[in-house]
Every structure is written in structure tokens, then in C-alpha cells.
Design a protein around this ligand. Structure first.
Ligand SMILES: Cc1cc2nc3c(=O)[nH]c(=O)nc-3n(C[C@H](O)[C@H](O)[C@H](O)COP(=O)(O)O)c2cc1C
Length: 201
């Protein structure tokens, strides 16, 4: 079957595309607004794009009425953010933070998590996140304008926080201890609890 996504209704194209690109990690992005109020929201159009310098990217797509999401508005004003990695135990709090709230409403009172100060940037980080990246804005790549247009946000990692027990071997993160949550589509998620070790690599 061949499908022209541009001929589909945007919401249906979203559902189909996101169910093809799986599993996706979740960037739980913390920003602050012009009054210093915290904002937290998840984005699963998320990946690393470069390691030297270390650059991460996520895409915040405009709402269907054409307005930008609070995360984008905040980063345009104060070009810093923290990307927290979501573990399975944080699913409920992460989903709660995805509710659309009136701009500027304080999101620091989400149950199960605490927002604590970062070291190099002004936005807070999630204390319970086992990994967090303090980032400064590298650039925003606009994909179109208006409804459903993407804003690809590239961040330069200024500081990486890793919970001590995750780096037992001193080299790379213990995926079992991280217990990262992956996004499939809709309200379906996956875990990294079954791993294939290739013998050829
Ligand atoms: C698991 C998950 C992943 C999401 N991924 C994205 C994404 O990649 N891009 C996007 O624009 N919205 C995504 N959303 C929706 C945003 O989190 C949601 O629109 C949120 O209200 C934006 O918050 P803000 O206005 O405070 O920035 C996702 C939601 C969930 C629950």
C-alpha cells in the first residue's frame, strides 16, 4: 500500500506517521517563562544529532489553531531548557504535564515530582529524572508556518546529570537501571526490558 501523507487530514497523518516511527524516546522539556514560572512538557519527536559538540533535538508542533506551544514561546524568550529522560515510574506525571494549560500557569505542582534548580541554566530540572541534560538553544529550524507546523529545537548540552548507579561501568548508562519509557502512538508506550545483544558487533 502506498500512502500520500499530504493528502490525509493532518490528525490522521499524525497518527499514522507516529505509529511508524517507533519506539521514540521522550524529551521531558523544562523551560521558564518571562516571569520565571516553570513549564514542563513531553516531546517524543526527539533524538540526538551530534555528540561533539553534543546537540539534542526535539520538535514542538504548532497547535491546530496555529498557535505555538508554551515550550516554544518560552525558549524564544529565554533560550535555555532542560531535557529530562522519562523512566517508566514517571509515566503518570509526564502525561499530566502534557495537558494544555493557559500560558504561564505554574507547572511546578505536579504530583510525584519536584522541580529543582539546575546548575548552568535557569530552567529547573526534574529531581526524579535519572538523566537530565541542561541545554542552551543552538537554533530553531522552522518547518512551515501556522497549524501543525514543526519547530525543530536544537539544544547544546552544557551539563549532563546521570544518577550515580546508572554509570556503574564508568562508560555507558545501564539501560535496565534507567528503565526508559518509549512512546508508540496514542496512549501506548513501551519499555526497554528485553534487549538483543548482537554477536556480530
Ligand atoms: C508522550 C507524549 C509525547 C508528545 N510528543 C510531542 C511531540 O513530539 N511534539 C509535540 O508538538 N507535542 C508532543 N506532545 C504533546 C505536548 O506535550 C502537548 O501539546 C503539551 O501540552 C505542550 O505543552 P506546552 O504548551 O507547555 O509546551 C506529546 C505528548 C505526550 C504525552
Amino acid at each position: 500500500m502506498e500512502i500520500d501523507l499530504m493528502k490525509m487530514e493532518p490528525r490522521k497523518a499524525h497518527d499514522l506517521l507516529t505509529s511508524c516511527v517507533i519506539p521514540r524516546p521522550i524529551a521531558w522539556v523544562s523551560t521558564i517563562n518571562h516571569e520565571g514560572k516553570p513549564n514542563l512538557a513531553p516531546f517524543s519527536f526527539f533524538t540526538g544529532v551530534s555528540w561533539y559538540p553534543p546537540i539534542l533535538a526535539f520538535s514542538a508542533v504548532n497547535r491546530s489553531d496555529g498557535t505555538k506551544k508554551d515550550t516554544v514561546i518560552n525558549i524564544e524568550k529565554a533560550p535555555e531548557f532542560v531535557i529530562n529522560i522519562v523512566s517508566v515510574d514517571l509515566l503518570r506525571a509526564m502525561e499530566y504535564s502534557a495537558r494544555p494549560l493557559p500560558y504561564g500557569e505554574d507547572e511546578s505542582l505536579i504530583e510525584d515530582i519536584r522541580l529543582i534548580p539546575s546548575e548552568k541554566v535557569k530552567p529547573y530540572r526534574v529531581a526524579e529524572a535519572r538523566i537530565a541534560f541542561e541545554c542552551t538553544l543552538e537554533r530553531i529550524v522552522r518547518i512551515n508556518e501556522g497549524a501543525d507546523a514543526g519547530n525543530l529545537i536544537l539544544g547544546r548540552v552544557q551539563l549532563l546529570h546521570v544518577r550515580d548507579d546508572l554509570l556503574g561501568n564508568g562508560r555507558d548508562v545501564d539501560w535496565a537501571a534507567l528503565d526508559a519509557l518509549g512512546r508508540l502512538s496514542g496512549n501506548r508506550y513501551c519499555t526497554v526490558r528485553s534487549v538483543i545483544e548482537s554477536e556480530t558487533n
